[in-house]
Design a protein around this ligand. Sequence first.
Ligand code: FES
Length: 316
Amino acid sequence: MALKEVIVSDIVHETPSIISIYLSRPDGTPIGHYTPGAHIDVEGPTAITRQYSLCGRPDGDDAYMVAVKREPDSRGGSAALHDLKVGDALKISESRNLITIAPEASHHILVAAGIGITPMLSIARYLDVRDGSFELHYFASSEEQAAFLPVLMEKCPDKLHAHMGVQRDAQNEIIERMTGAAPEGSHVYVCGPQGFMEKVVSICSARFGPEEIHMENFHAAEPGDDVENTPFVVELDGESYDVPADRSIVDVLNENGAEIDTSCREGICGTCIMEVLEGTPEHRDNVLTAAEKEANETIATCVSRAACPKLVLDYY
Ligand code: FES
């Protein structure tokens, strides 16, 4: 995927472990709008690429803003971004969106834990200025660790439910109450650590269908111990190719002249998604929604495989 160069135009310390980084075009021209909930790939100084939600104003076009948490076990990704200085250069992708606001929903329930607040910021801001009906549940270990809490308290105090330092069992009760009280026509949007998102989805599934629950997932799925790859055939543009057990679909197709973009190569960013014309995928990604996986009309070709002898694919 083509990346574009940007410069760091400002850095703000939001909490002891989270900074906001403002990214501008080197020539000062507007960087452009994005849709609420969108994210970008950021290639840091160590050439490690990670996905970060855009959390400034979706309709402001002077700079992008991403929030980066310094991970204690960082292999150079978040730690290198925390060492940036104003004026440093970075490379970023075009924005993409995997957690769009559902136009059919009459009420939006945003649920975030920790750094998972980042995609919710632009969604909340978008809904707030348009008088959209929403509520924001923000779980964090403490107020000190809750990035953007002051601005949320200032801008949308009546929509914000700040759950600081809540133990796991009590979290369940809050989510159950929230689910039970949701008005008809609500959709749920969740982002946070993997275990937290699974818990929210599991509790909300008692009330909401898979198409009414939206997730932003920047974690690669853990491969199961008993998962074994088998070879299969993939067809594109009338040509068939063997996908051996130790190769991915996208690698085989690109080796044969297709030019399919990739970014994370872990099934979390959505760059490599293709359309499934025939056959049944075995989904192993964390990017498609439960409803999309059930529909079997798309596949993340960097990690997912076939649950049948042959898949016929097309560009998405
Ligand atoms: S390259 Fe990111 S999902 Fe496949």
